[in-house]
Design a protein around this ligand. Structure first.
Ligand code: ADP
Length: 435
């Protein structure tokens, strides 16, 4: 009896263990099918399972089919979006509810070449910009400003972007996706800064002479009757000096603004450089400020006529020689020369043996309002605009200008001008239209 009972219990145990194994196999098969997103067929399962597994297989199959359908729809929409946004000039970025990147168009990659394989990356890791992440969070909360200007800084420098972000309502099964349109405004920002700097510089330059003139005029008005004649004379001369400075500044500003205006080109004609330099030198020799200096001219005979604007070229020579006179002590030598540099180019040089320009200042002297020794240059009546006018005119002619200097050993300003156009040009008398 006991033996029979033991046999029955043993048989029951075997059945239970087999059932358990079958269920375990079925669960593993179901898991594999769900991971692979395919339907689980009844035939894939051991036969000994109950009817509840039929139901489970059916429901799992429907679920997988729905997920696959949504997935296809989603990828289809993304592909469609990608194709549409790919052609846009604006950079576009699409992220999901957890800030993972779903899409970035080619314009985006052009702005952020270092972002590399951004697709599928978390935004926090792909773009290191706290300001942009704050904007993303604000857009998510519905508090984002419609347009925000954000600066992105990396090893290449800074890039300014105007960012517009908005939630995307229907993107397949994707909830909480956000779309950002990024417009590169770095150039505008730079121009804006240049303009701000320029206005600040001009105001600063105007303020000093105006303040001096105002102060002296007020003193003259107040003490007109009591002031000794000698003092009055001194005051008036100071006013005159500062008025002259204001005048030079406004004249230089006008020249620069004319040079920069798009309509204003060059009145080019065939120019005999030797003649132009010779006339300029004669003018200088007649001026009192060059009395203590030794001026010389050497023009290579082979230098051909060039096609240039003689008035503007004259202004270039004038600015360079005036500087050489201003910044070298009496008795210094100033040598002007012209030679053929190569088949297409002539080179002009204005060399002095004055104190020279420190190496650290050399790269900046052609910038507007840049002066090496600010106080001294102002004292000498400099506006800080002379060399930027020179650079502008030379560049309009298609040439280059640079300076070489060693402190204590003088400075040489070189400029190159193309000659090829003049060779083909009409005879000397015929002026050509502005370039
Ligand atoms: P500025 O009107 O002050 O002369 P520029 O633009 O003509 O302005 O020149 C810029 C600065 O370059 C000057 O302030 C001066 O310090 C320096 N510089 C120009 N030419 C010479 C030169 N030949 N020798 C020494 N320094 C010079």
């Amino acid at each position: 009896m006991l033996l029979l009972a033991l046999i029955l219990v043993g048989a029951a145990l075997i059945v239970v263990v087999r059932r358990l194994q079958a269920h375990r196999q079925a669960v593993a098969a179901l898991r594999d099918a769900l991971v692979a997103r395919r339907a689980l067929l009844r035939e894939d399962l051991p036969g000994s399972l109950g009817p509840c597994w039929d139901e489970l297989c059916g429901t799992a199959g429907e679920l997988v089919a729905e997920v696959n359908r949504l997935d296809r729809q989603h990828s289809g929409q993304l592909a469609q979006l990608e194709a549409t946004l790919g052609a846009l000039q604006e950079a576009v970025l699409l992220i999901d509810a957890h800030n993972y990147v779903l899409l970035a168009n080619p314009a985006f990659h052009a702005i952020f070449p270092k972002a590399g394989r951004i697709l599928g990356e978390r935004l926090e890791l792909a773009l290191h910009s706290d300001a942009f992440l704050r904007h993303v969070a604000a857009v998510r909360e519905g508090k984002g400003r419609p347009r925000e200007e954000i600066e992105f800084v990396d090893s290449r420098g800074s890039t300014w972007l105007e960012v517009t972000g908005s939630p995307v309502a229907a993107l397949g099964g994707e909830r909480g996706a956000l779309l950002f349109v990024l417009h590169d405004i770095t150039r505008q920002k730079r121009l804006e800064n240049v303009r701000k700097d320029f206005v600040a510089n001009v105001s600063h330059e105007l303020r000093t002479p105006l303040a001096v003139i105002k102060g002296y005029v007020e003193t003259l008005v107040d003490s007109h009757d009591t002031m000794p004649l000698a003092d009055r004379d001194k005051f008036l001369k100071t006013i005159q000096r500062h008025a002259d400075r204001l005048n030079s500044l406004l004249e230089d500003l006008l020249v620069l603004s004319r040079l920069e205006s798009a309509q204003h080109g060059l009145a080019r004609e065939r120019v005999d450089l030797g003649r132009l330099l010779h006339d300029a030198l004669e003018d200088f020799r007649a001026r009192p400020e060059s009395a203590g200096h030794r001026l010389s001219l050497s023009v290579d005979e082979a230098v051909p006529p060039i096609l240039a604007d003689p008035l503007k070229l004259g202004q270039v020579v004038d600015n360079l020689v005036v500087n050489a006179l201003k910044y070298t002590p009496a008795g210094s030598r100033i040598a002007i020369s012209a030679r053929i540099r190569d088949a297409d180019t002539v080179e002009l040089a204005v060399r002095d043996d004055g104190p020279g320009i420190p190496e650290s200042d050399l790269p900046h002297i052609f910038e507007r309002f840049y002066r090496v020794e600010k106080g001294r240059a102002r004292e000498k009546g400099g506006t800080g605009l002379g060399l930027s006018i020179v650079k502008h005119i030379v560049q309009l002619h298609g040439g280059k200008v640079w300076a070489e200097s060693k402190p204590g050993a003088g400075t040489t300003f070189f400029l190159t001008l193309p000659i090829s156009a003049a060779k083909k040009a009409a005879p000397a008398s015929s002026a050509t239209p502005a370039s």
